[in-house]
Design a protein around this ligand. Structure first.
Ligand SMILES: CC(C)(COP(=O)(O)OP(=O)(O)OC[C@H]1O[C@@H](n2cnc3c(N)ncnc32)[C@H](O)[C@@H]1OP(=O)(O)O)[C@@H](O)C(=O)NCCC(=O)NCCS
Length: 267
């Protein structure tokens, strides 16, 4: 296992999309809610649906300037920006799409992906959205064997909570953070991806916000995130109402910036 950090877009989008979709598919067992939503979908069909959604999201994100250019003179920093960063295993062969173009990506495979969004000051409510791979979008409806109603219900609930708490806030948002399970979990990979955005937030003196899944929650706690205090702190789904058992919870969290030591004299 030889891990390396990359920005997206250097490889062909077909390969990238299927590799990220495969990561998402591997996270299915991380939550009973995901199993309830997607468990009945045949694996091949599920993977194609995920791949189509990932591709649509990446195409959309690509239209925006990159977060890593935020302090450069290229354009204005006061616009919505995105960054997609990935960790690859250079010892793992790529999931090359059949008949796809040969590329340097053949020699390594994406094993983790993060998508971060920058919300400029005075952002409008419409730009905080929950973007789970086009799952609600008409052009890419969930296969009929999945639980479409649950999908729409819970995504809309999380989206509403995010909007009510964070719309208009000058901040970064973690939109996606997924690691290929089970072999790549608990190896510090997600931490490495978060460690990319955290210093940028500190430098700009702005918070980072997100809706944490049950697996994400302890990770974010470790990285200085705290639960918000607003009434949307916890977004719940009573799975017994959807043929499952138990309560699923997403927790809205925020990491306040840590003042950067400017190298001045100690007090
Ligand atoms: C959540 C997720 C991204 C964590 O990725 P990861 O690479 O395994 O996380 P790291 O190895 O960087 O974890 C760092 C620390 O976070 C905590 N942590 C991470 N995952 C945890 C888990 N499942 N249970 C308890 N603590 C966990 C631990 O303190 C861990 O340190 P340790 O391993 O030394 O104890 C990964 O489990 C995943 O992709 N889950 C499914 C998708 C998901 O829920 N994503 C989060 C979206 S908000």
């Amino acid at each position: 296992m030889q891990l390396s950090f990359h920005y997206l877009w250097e490889d062909d989008l077909d390969t990238v999309s299927v590799e990220i979709a495969t990561i998402l598919q591997s996270t299915m067992e991380s939550s009973p809610l995901r199993t309830l939503r997607y468990g009945a979908i045949p694996p091949d069909e599920f993977l194609s649906w995920l791949t189509k959604g990932v591709r649509a999201d990446l195409e959309e994100q690509k239209k925006h300037p990159r977060i890593r250019w935020i302090d450069s003179k290229i354009g204005s920093p006061d616009v919505v920006r995105w960054e997609d960063i990935v960790i690859k295993d250079d010892d793992l062969a790529s999931l090359v799409v059949a008949n796809g173009p040969a590329s340097k990506s053949n020699n390594s495979r994406i094993v983790a992906h993060a998508a971060f969004m920058y919300h400029p000051p005075e952002d409008d409510a419409a730009s905080i959205e929950v973007g789970h791979h086009g799952t609600n979008e008409k052009p890419n409806p969930l296969p009929a064997s999945g639980n479409r109603q649950l999908q729409e219900y819970f995504n809309a609930k999380v989206e509403k909570a995010l909007k009510e708490e964070f719309a208009g806030m000058h901040c970064f948002e973690v939109r996606e953070l997924n690691v290929l399970g089970p072999d790549y979990l608990r190896k510090g990979i997600a931490s490495r991806l978060l460690d990319w955005i955290i210093p940028k937030a500190d430098k700009k003196n702005i918070p980072i916000v997100l809706a944490a899944t049950p697996h994400g929650y302890p990770l974010y706690l470790k990285h200085g995130f705290v639960e918000i205090e607003g009434e949307n702190r916890i977004v719940e789904c009573d799975m017994s109402e959807w043929g499952g058992t138990g309560i699923h919870r997403h927790v809205l969290m925020i990491r306040h910036p840590t003042p950067i030591n400017m190298g001045g004299p100690e007090p």
